[in-house]
Design a binder for this molecule. Structure first.
Ligand code: PRE
Length: 363
């Protein structure tokens, strides 16, 4: 087919017709969502509009059905936005995240909830927890582990003194860039600002390219991006969102030492999430410090063939118990075999708290 004006006109006409259909269908879907909201409002249990398990099922189904030419992730992203707009029609969703604006946590919040959610930056992880607990926002998004640097201990510690539940997870590929402002003297960079984890994730690259530059840890990479605006000799390490937000240029792209660098974020809220068909559960367990304690704790999981996906040890802050274990595993608390394992663990542990069962991240 040649790109003659006639062919182009015909194709564009066809695209217009398809767009008419898409428009009609999206509107019909939105109408349906409004009716869903009415049903939920009438339920006597108190209306819960956001349903993580249903959203995961919708996205997984679309990915399974998709036959191209768009790839399944791209298609799911489009449906992510349609659902985000439908949910906003039911109820505007307020989401607190670890700010400031432009952080990877904001990017994770938008990836998970879509652009129609109202995202609100908080200065610290415990503030995100407090806002959710106080009901000032519907949900919160906090980082929990990075594939290069490990656990975000602040987040784990915040769960210890809170009744907050985990209702979802989202994994983000993290790409770091070396950023400068238009006033920066590029060949005289003597200082690099970033979050300590980001500095650590780019350690080898910095050693090779800026061995003499001072590495200055700050509270977030968005904060680093903001700071260099007035400093001629400084650069920042941050991601795309921060670069765009503060109008910075990339001197070098994707400078993270490991190409598979990714961060896992948790969605926190107060609801129990039903089974989605592919779920994870997070628990925190306190054990008395005695020989074999960890073996006793893990043995029931092994016996019931439950896959552990993460095990983290934190010192207990109460002083009574020496250690607490944060454990993630595949499965949902409403599954009988998971309930059986948790019952056994409860008998062996001095304390057990289920932080939540939630769908395995789809996007
Ligand atoms: O199925 C529901 O409960 C809906 O509210 C509909 C819908 C959707 O657009 O598909 C919207 C929001 C929910 O989080 C889940 C799904």
């Amino acid at each position: 087919m040649t790109d003659t004006p006639n062919n182009l006109d015909t194709l564009r006409q066809r695209i217009d017709e398809i767009d008419n259909d898409i428009l009609r269908l999206i509107s019909a879907r939105a109408e349906c969502a409004k009716q869903v909201a009415e049903v939920k409002t009438k339920s006597d249990k108190g209306a819960v509009f956001y349903r993580p398990e249903r959203e995961a099922q919708v996205l997984r189904r679309i990915m399974e059905l998709n036959q191209g030419p768009l790839n399944s992730e791209e298609m799911a992203r489009l449906f992510r936005e349609i659902m985000s707009a439908c949910l906003a029609l039911e109820q505007p969703t307020k989401v607190a995240y670890l700010g400031p604006e432009g952080t990877f946590t904001q990017q994770a919040a938008l990836k998970h909830f879509g652009q129609s959610a109202v995202s609100m930056p908080m200065a610290a992880i415990d503030e995100v927890f407090r806002e959710v607990e106080a009901g000032a926002v519907n949900y919160g998004v906090v980082p929990v582990e990075n594939s290069t640097e490990g656990v975000v201990s602040h987040t784990l510690d915040s769960f210890m003194d809170s009744s907050i539940r985990i209702c979802g997870e989202v994994v983000l590929r993290i790409h770091h860039h070396l950023l400068v402002a238009d006033t920066t003297l590029r060949d005289k960079v003597s200082r690099v600002y970033s979050h300590p984890q980001s500095l650590a994730q780019c350690r080898k690259w910095l050693d090779a390219h800026y061995p003499r530059a001072e590495r200055v840890p700050v509270s977030s990479n968005a904060e680093a991006a903001k700071m260099i605006k007035g400093e001629w000799h400084s650069a920042a390490i941050a991601g795309d969102m921060a670069a765009k937000l503060y109008g910075l240029e990339k001197v070098a792209e994707k400078i993270e030492d490991r190409p598979d660098n990714s961060t896992r974020f948790l969605i926190i809220g107060s609801q129990h999430v039903p089974m989605s068909g592919e779920d994870k559960t997070s628990i925190v367990v306190a054990m008395r410090n005695q020989p074999g304690a960890l073996h006793d704790l893990l043995e029931p999981f092994h016996r019931h063939s439950i896959d552990l996906t993460r095990l983290e040890t934190r010192p207990s802050r109460t002083g009574v118990w020496n250690y607490v274990f944060f454990i993630d595993f595949k499965g949902h608390v409403d599954e009988p075999r998971v309930a059986a394992v948790l019952e056994e663990v409860r008998l062996r542990a001095s304390e057990l708290k289920v932080l939540g069962s939630y769908p395995v991240g789809v996007l």
